[in-house]
Design a protein around this ligand. Structure first.
Ligand code: CU
Length: 127
């Protein structure tokens, strides 16, 4: 009986190790899409630039659908923290709100809460 338990323990340990190894080999990448409030091309550039961070593989914002797609290393990031990268740059997401301070720091034509003032000159036109 004692031998049997020992064998069980060893088997379980080996199985656990094998599972860990296969996760590591895949690099544990995840991806997520969520809504981010934005008005113009400047917003798009600002949002994508904000995600130029360690552990983020790719960030692509679609201005037409106002959807951000992020590929990230799940070891370093989780969804809540990814949302907060956008709010720190001044952009509300579909779950979290930007602070008034971050919002106030944005360019005037990017004020999406007031419906977005008309962008002028060098920025891309609103869709
Ligand atoms: Cu803008």
């Amino acid at each position: 009986m004692v031998t049997y338990f020992k064998l069980m323990k060893t088997t379980l340990l080996l199985m656990a190790l094998a599972t860990c190894a296969s996760f590591t080999a895949q690099g544990q990448k995840s991806q997520v899409s969520f809504g981010v409030a934005a008005v113009c091309g400047m917003c798009e550039a600002r949002i994508e630039a904000a995600y130029d961070l360690k552990g983020i593989v790719a960030a692509d914002f679609d201005l037409e659908t106002k959807t951000l797609h992020v590929v990230y290393k799940s070891k370093k990031w989780d969804e809540e923290r990814l949302h907060k990268v956008a709010t720190a740059a001044g952009h509300d997401t579909d779950t979290f709100k930007a602070t008034d301070e971050a919002y106030a720091n944005m360019h005037g034509c990017c004020k999406y809460r007031e419906g977005g003032a008309a962008c002028s000159g060098d920025e891309k036109e609103r869709p």
